[in-house]
Design a protein around this ligand. Structure first.
Ligand SMILES: NC(=O)c1ccc[n+]([C@@H]2O[C@H](COP(=O)([O-])OP(=O)(O)OC[C@H]3O[C@@H](n4cnc5c(N)ncnc54)[C@H](OP(=O)(O)O)[C@@H]3O)[C@@H](O)[C@H]2O)c1
Length: 144
């Protein structure tokens, strides 16, 4: 039997590509934004209890950095609190959570030899804009 995987944000850049890549090997749940709005605690809980995925790949987000900068509260509600809601719901149904952070959490001043090295989790983080800050915040919260 195929494992059941939920991909949030599956209409987005990352989610749609992951769905395409995984579709033959897994039983995918691909709810639209309207079907699973991560801003709504009860909706997230209800969806997870009904569908009980084994793994959740969380790629729902407000990804436009300029928009997030202009709308910090909404950005926090979706990117930080939405991630926490998903993490809690995963715990509730015993699902594994796969969360993808962003290289935009790094501040660009870290010494890096081009083509020879890469950002590491311990590299210095940036908090210079709401998007970066919230990503840093949500990455840390998802880890808990
Ligand atoms: N793109 C990359 O190369 C890359 C690399 C590493 C990590 N990431 C991370 O992966 C995540 C997704 O990035 P992306 O580039 O795929 O973004 P994207 O193309 O903007 O897709 C975001 C997805 O999230 C959905 N969404 C937005 N608000 C939502 C909400 N409140 N509830 C449920 N769904 C919601 C969108 O649905 P609608 O369009 O219907 O609103 C869309 O499907 C981000 O956290 C990003 O930082 C991306």
């Amino acid at each position: 039997m195929k494992r059941k995987i939920l991909i949030t944000g599956s209409s987005g850049f990352l989610g749609s590509r992951l769905a395409h890549h995984l579709k033959d090997r897994y039983d995918l749940l691909l709810p639209s934004h309207a079907e699973l709005n991560v801003s709504r605690e009860e909706a997230v809980k209800a969806y997870m209890e009904e569908h009980r995925p084994e793994v959740v790949i969380h790629s729902a987000a407000l990804s436009n950095t300029w928009y997030c900068e202009q709308h910090p509260e909404e950005s926090h509600r979706v990117n930080v609190q939405g991630t926490v809601r998903i993490a809690k719901a995963c715990k509730l149904v015993g699902a594994k959570l796969i969360f993808l952070s962003s290289d935009q959490v790094y501040n660009g001043t870290h010494r890096i030899r081009l083509y020879r090295s890469a950002w590491a989790e311990r590299s210095e983080k940036s908090t210079y804009c709401a998007y970066h800050y919230y990503f840093y915040d949500r990455s840390a919260q998802a880890e808990r």
